[in-house]
Design a protein around this ligand. Structure first.
Ligand code: 6PG
Length: 477
């Protein structure tokens, strides 16, 4: 009998997604460019459900029930286009092609438009949760037409993670909306990881704790409001001893963070949209700095502070301060990311419901956290809120974190421990709070050197000052 759904691209994510469908009782057609992977999947996991192995794209398409549901799980970019080009001539009107990779949302918009022309549905779908998520329940962010979601959505909801009985999958919006939201998810993931890494660095190089002790601190935090997948795995990474050397694992890893592009895309898009996502940007730049070998070699001997450790009394109190600073900075980073989702949604007329995004991120994905339920509640109370930070819960938490947050940023500066994530979050926060910003002076400078004009606080209109003439009133343009 025909298969209910097909998965092409059987690297670890595709393979586990296919197994997830099969474990939920769907008959799954599986295909991979090189057949060895398909054979291996059936040999190892064939007993988990009903698989139909397809050797060629033609066999794959022929194995599917109509309308056909196909999930592409190959590398983003040219490989995805190549698979689409091979599939399209073999498909019929109403068939649904989903891309579960980390595609750029503009590529997804292009592909969706091209397939729509041919009467096909294209669903650009973010899938988060890594290997384990794909197998046991990821968070899924599908974008495309409502008709496409009507046929494909129920299967995706079935295999997605569940929180309070709700699937971590919803129809995000048209065309590129799903991949846009996945991109911002990854940007937030970068920011969160950077903040956690800074917390570790401060505890280690400010308070003088060893990795196993810091692992214990993270375990404690994970029992409280910071409870999240990323904090949990951080404790595990820090507690690990390298088998070959007996040293802490974290000390034998080269300190150059890599990146595949989604964080950079988030910042590029934010620059286009004019949304300040400084937390995500600092996280991307921190990875770039870590990998800039000649720059770091050149910088190693530069002068630093004379005082480089906290005294022992201060060190004892420090972990609590860092917890507060981490929670506050995390709020800022997430608030910024959600603002980007709202801005992207407005720019592309996607009608994305930010609260729904927080809802489907509560489980399955890399940034899953207790905290996201707070964000869901904040948007439920006011969907159009300009920033999450004014929500009653966040406002109160920011209030009580104030002194600790500021102490941590100053300790970092005093001891010379780089904490760009904490510092930028605090600067953003103070920027939002400010009655007046020095942007007024920037406007004056612009008008002085380029007659770029300015607006006034006391009158409508656009003004230019004739700077060479003393005391002359401004001229309206
Ligand atoms: C997820 C992750 C995943 C991504 C990595 C890698 O949501 O499951 O975001 O999609 O592959 O996090 O990102 P970098 O290699 O750029 O760190």
């Amino acid at each position: 009998s025909p298969a209910r759904i097909g998965v092409t691209g059987l690297a670890v994510m595709g393979r586990n997604l296919a197994r997830n469908f099969a474990r939920h009782g769907y008959r799954v057609a599986v295909h991979n460019r090189t057949q060895a992977r398909t054979t291996a999947l059936l040999e190892e996991f064939g007993h988990e459900g009903e698989f139909v192995a397809a050797g060629t794209t033609e066999e794959f398409v022929a194995a599917l029930e109509r309308p056909r549901l196909i999930v592409i799980m190959v590398k983003a970019g040219a490989p995805t286009d190549a698979v689409i080009d091979e599939l399209v001539p073999l498909l019929d009107e109403g068939d649904v092609v989903a891309d579960g990779g980390n595609a750029h949302f503009l590529d997804t918009r292009r592909r969706e438009a091209a397939l729509r022309e041919r009467g096909l549905h294209f669903v650009g779908s973010g899938i988060s949760g890594g290997e384990q998520g794909a197998l046991e329940g990821p968070s899924i962010m599908p974008g495309g037409t409502p008709e496409a979601y009507r046929v494909l959505g129920p299967l995706l909801e079935d295999i997605a993670a569940k929180v309070d009985g709700k699937p971590c999958c919803t129809h995000v919006g048209p065309d590129g909306a799903g991949h846009f939201v996945k991109m911002v998810h990854n940007g937030i993931e970068y920011a969160d990881m950077q903040l956690i890494a800074e917390a570790y660095d401060l505890l280690r190089h400010g308070a003088g704790l060893q990795p196993d002790a810091i692992a214990e601190v993270f375990r404690t935090w994970n029992a409280g409001r910071l409870e999240s997948y990323l904090i949990e795995i951080t404790a595990e990474v820090l507690a690990r001893t390298d088998a070959a050397t007996g040293k802490p694992f974290v000390d034998v890893v080269l300190d150059q963070a890599e990146q595949k592009g989604t964080g950079r895309w988030t910042v590029q898009s934010a620059l286009e949209l004019g949304v300040p996502v400084s937390g995500i940007a600092e996280a991307v730049f921190a990875r770039s700095l870590s990998g800039s070998v000649p720059l770091r070699q050149a910088g190693r001997g530069l002068p630093g502070p004379t005082e480089t450790w906290l005294d022992s009394a201060a060190a004892d109190r420090f972990a609590d301060d860092v917890e507060q600073a981490l929670y506050a900075s995390k709020m800022v980073a997430y608030a910024q990311g959600f603002n980007q989702i709202q801005a992207g949604s407005a720019e592309y007329s996607w009608q994305i419901d930010p609260g729904e995004m927080a809802t489907i991120w509560r489980g399955g994905c890399i940034i899953r956290a207790r905290f996201l339920d707070r964000i869901r509640a904040a948007y439920e109370a006011d969907r159009e809120r300009p920033t999450l930070l004014t929500d009653a819960h966040f406002r109160e938490a920011l209030g009580s974190a104030q002194s600790a947050w500021r102490r941590v940023v100053s300790v970092a500066a005093q001891l010379g421990v780089p904490a760009p994530g904490f510092a930028t979050a605090l600067a953003y926060y103070d920027g939002l709070r400010a009655e007046r910003l020095p942007a007024a002076l920037v406007q004056g400078q612009r008008d002085f050197f380029g007659a770029h004009t300015y607006r006034r606080v006391d009158r409508d209109g656009t003004f230019h000052t004739r700077w060479e003439v003393e005391g002359r009133p401004e001229e309206q343009r």
